[in-house]
Design a protein around this ligand. Sequence first.
Ligand code: SF4
Ligand SMILES: [Zn+2]
Length: 426
Amino acid sequence: MELAEVGAGPLQKFALRDSSGQFRTTFSEQPNLNELREASQEYGDPLERINILDAGLVCSNCNTSLGDRFGANSDSDLLCWDCAMGQEAETDQRGVSQTTDPTKAVLSESALYHKNLCNYVINVATGCTHGCKFCYVPSTPNIKMRGEMLENQANVESGQREWGSYLLYRDDMPERLARILDRKQKWKKEQGGRGVVMISSGTDCYQDRRAAQITRGCVIELVKHNRPVRILTRSPAVVRDKDIFKAADGLVTVGSSIPCLDDEMVRSIEPGAPAPTTRLNALQELSDAGVPVYVSMSPTYPIQDKEEIRNLMEEFVSLDPDVIFHEPINPRGQNFDMTVRAAREAGQEELADELEKLKDRDHWVEYSLNQLEWVEEIGDELDLPIHLWPDKQLIKYLDGEKSEELRAQLETTTSPEDYPSPKRSA
Ligand code: SF4
Ligand SMILES: [Zn+2]
């Protein structure tokens, strides 16, 4: 799939040619980034995309060639790297300050193999408009150490306090990833990580159209290079890429965080995220289409008793998930206080009270152990593949025998996922 200039002078047009040389559509002037990505999806085969850097395009601001980096503005006009870096952040109708992300990282090694998730992560943006109150990302160095960048690029004073209200996109990620994958010889495959690339650990990769388009390009490149992909999202928009997941033939697994199916309660602490019932429906649609899916019950709330956990897990049976990860909430850090406050402000008094009680260590230990045990037991009953993530602090606080038992479980557990499928193993 490539973009070519046809004609000359006032009659010059841009035409999109498919791999057999057929013209599929034309543009009367240089298309913007959104038009290019949409045309790529509409006219190409699922695993095809237009490489913007090879398309001979120019910056919509200064008219110079795009060079080897590019960005865009909120109208989707393509910008050379200098103009992208010099642009003022724009505030969209959601009140989100958005601009181009100067971050160099593309494919980063990750320690998430400890949780049987991946060896590498790709983040398509900095920031996340879902703004989950318990989110650990704003307390990581990725945000904490980048205060100056956030202030310069997006007028953000506090990356943590303002979490949810800024989003810096990495529009040229698919093009940069393609070059890296072409060159890369060594590929990590730590036990537990299986050489998998996770999109994303620090943002939601389907939170809006622009992020979803970057994600689609990255997934296409990874699959073309035969690398296994794990997608984790709270956005039902992920179903729009069902075509590439199917074409990936078992090399892509798609999961969603579904801690509880009470939409109002979940909204109180995940204010910008789509309702969990819509996430469940999205996973069902993908599973019905033959795409491998998984669920992350993370973090489950102290208000959920055994019966509620059972009701929730019964909803997962028809998904036929490859794995269900489970993790109780932990009451550490500034984000936990923000979570309690958000629940109270949203009128979820009972949830707020129960969360507050978790600050008592013994109470937290009891709640965590109970929930981990219930999930394991109900998983057995319903024949669901469970993978627990007991908190490391929890193991420290327990007495001898139980502590050893959980530690051994943490160290020896391998994921029950049969993934990536043997058909296309990397
Ligand atoms: S969706 Fe994930 S990255 Fe985004 S705010 Fe929620 S927990 Fe954080
Ligand atoms: Zn420019």
